[in-house]
Design a protein around this ligand. Sequence first.
Ligand SMILES: Cc1ncc(COP(=O)(O)O)c(C=O)c1O
Length: 368
Amino acid sequence: MNFIPYGKQTIEEEDVSNFIDTLKSDFLTTGLKVNEFEREIYEVSNAKYCVSVSNGTAALHLSALALLNEGDKVLTTPNSFIATSNSILYAKAIPIFVDICEDGSIDLDLCEEILKKDATIKAIFAVSFSGKILDKKRLQELKNTYTIKILEDNAHTLGVKLTYSDISTFSFHPVKHIATGEGGAVVTNDKSLYEKIKMLRNHGQDDKHQMLDLGFNYRLSDISSTLGLSQIKKLGLFIGKRQEVAKRYDKAFENTIVKPLYKFTETSLYHLYVVRIDFSKLDISKNELIIKMREKKIGLQVHYKPINKQPYYKNLGYGSENTPMMDKYFQECLSLPCYPLLSEDEQEYVIKSLLEVFSKRVQGTRNA
Ligand SMILES: Cc1ncc(COP(=O)(O)O)c(C=O)c1O
């Protein structure tokens, strides 16, 4: 059996031939494919505008510059890829890390408590963690009650509709729902945000090549957009396959020591399938389990180490926030392989290998 990673792209013959057609065409960088791909992304997001960019981090960077001013305070989650809060720092604004709920996403009730006490908070940067769509109703209530901007980092939830938030960002990194190599996008219904982000993406120039701001070259190429166009047609299929994997895992782990982060739900697009294991009751540590599974050619991952406890953030004075849910979650969380091409045999192998480790270990538990 080949190594089974936690995530992987699905590239088929059709993707390859479309890609080759573009390589043979006149445009490799900014041609018509970029516009076509952007249209697909705003349509699938039910948004008015889309700006494609070179990766999900660039999408966050430009969004943060468009939404925030220097010194703005922004509520965000410690349970994300570092790029989410880094984007707040890029804009010289101030991330404030809020604890998470049981499903791994930012606790919007805690956000509200903070918003009630501190009228200087300017925004929430939230993540639909692992693919479970954020509580849109709660987000809308917060936006209506407090004067705040809302950015949804939807790197784990391509296909989610834009409703009341100002901006939604995506990543098309190969482990995500569709792959363009590197790639990302911003969607919004706000024309002025759209125009600002489009201008920043292209060195800060407007359509007449006047430089109005200090921008970047964050453009997505026609080559990448071609891949995106051929991939996005299969988005529903990809999500369905991921959900099937999740259902099988959920069933297999019923009444075992391996606890799915949340019970199967159609509202999750399962970018990640996360389980929690209470290692305090076992004589094997999380790292030992990762190594053991790696020996069996299975890649487990940790999503995520709390961002506020990363060395760089600690140097900035972060790390001692009151985030008991996040701290416990981090002790227990592991992501299992979950992607459309994961065969049923491979799924069974992952399940069997994982449970086998525990069937041997349970006798060695301190509490058994
Ligand atoms: C939640 C989240 N935000 C942002 C990013 C950054 O995306 P990219 O790798 O395309 O820059 C990722 C990718 O890992 C992510 O998982």
